[in-house]
Design a protein around this ligand. Sequence first.
Ligand SMILES: Cc1cc2nc3c(=O)[nH]c(=O)nc-3n(C[C@H](O)[C@H](O)[C@H](O)COP(=O)(O)OP(=O)(O)OC[C@H]3O[C@@H](n4cnc5c(N)ncnc54)[C@H](O)[C@@H]3O)c2cc1C
Length: 396
Amino acid sequence: MKTLKYDIVVVGAGPAGSMTARNAAKGGANVLMIEKRQEIGSSLRCAEGISHKGIEKVGLKIDRKWVSTEVSGAKIVSPGGKVLKIDEKNAGNEVGMVLERHLFDKFVAMEAARAGADIMVKTSALDVIKENGVVKGVKAISYGEPVRIEAGCVVSADGYESQVARWAGIETVQKPSDITSCFQYRLTNIKHEQDFCEFIIGSIAPGGYVWIFPKGGDTANVGIGVLLSKLKKPGEVKMYLDKFIKSDSRLNCGQPVEAIAGAVSVSPPLDKTIMDGLMIVGDAARVIDPITGGGIANGLCTGMHAGNVLAKCAQAKDFTESVMQEYEDLWRAEMENRLWRNWMAKEKFLTLSDETLDSVINTIGEVGVEKVTVHNLLLAIKERHPELVKEFEDLL
Ligand SMILES: Cc1cc2nc3c(=O)[nH]c(=O)nc-3n(C[C@H](O)[C@H](O)[C@H](O)COP(=O)(O)OP(=O)(O)OC[C@H]3O[C@@H](n4cnc5c(N)ncnc54)[C@H](O)[C@@H]3O)c2cc1C
């Protein structure tokens, strides 16, 4: 069997994996990134929304080639049809642009390659190699041929359905109430507002929301997320979306050119994202925002920190947990409180009736928020409905 040797092997070439590979290689590490699909960025499962800040913060330069649509703001629509419209001036970090994910993912992978990382596509990790309980690499299959990849550190960047961390012995199982099942059409020939990302909340999407993210002209990503614990049978999430589209005169004239199904974790992050010879980043680390379901920016951010720390580990030739602790400290300092707060808010909001949600949206409109971030929305709610945020007041 062919054997390869690297300082670091990154499993998965999504935004988190490519960012890890890029920064580790930039810092001088010998890096291989493997991707099971034959095309990086293919088989998109994403609504493609992200803020400018989410991209710029990790040192990537925005390139129009992978931006589908710049939006001026967001609209949150309550069950009774009350609209909270947030214009560009007030739009905070949660909205900004809609990507061409298939191009964006390739772009970040190319950045990794330019920094010196090797990439193998159509190469799937099948298990980790462990010696005396320590992870020492992965067994993989590449173009149908088995390959043994030995490395000082394996990075689990294999997304929501992550298996690498579990093979290594880390608990990654999630409760149905911490998983959102999603279905999305790319709809064309519709009459939506082209300048705004729209979020529609309430019992039309139990525990989640419907989104309309513009993709230029008469086309948009129209999707729905419903908590798995609220679904009674397979395929029900699509039925919820179809019902919504049928009822909306802007959308029911549209036709699909694409349909995708997928899941996002809306859980708190993993308790542990490192062990000797293993690091976990992005969706695999469960860093998706539990309120918005957005995971690209957080994934990039964990990848940036992982890559920087791994470059130092490679120099020191030490990939033990104690040295990699810096990664765990850096990403937790940046987002852990926010992820826990938003998870608690999600748990609270899924108990609210449509009437209460109407009143909450009204309240936010009355109180006004200077910059619309989940944090500021929660502060506005606290002013009029303190009972709704009581359990996580100290995180506000
Ligand atoms: C319907 C839907 C809509 C969404 N909308 C948004 C949105 O609008 N904005 C936002 O920010 N986030 C959104 N998300 C979440 C976002 O897509 C993820 O958070 C993001 O892709 C995470 O990046 P990642 O690199 O961690 O994982 P991924 O992008 O999932 O990448 C993981 C990669 O690992 C590869 N892989 C898996 N197993 C193996 C293996 N064994 N060997 C080799 N390779 C492997 C996969 O093929 C994949 O390429 C959405 C998710 C869904 C499902």
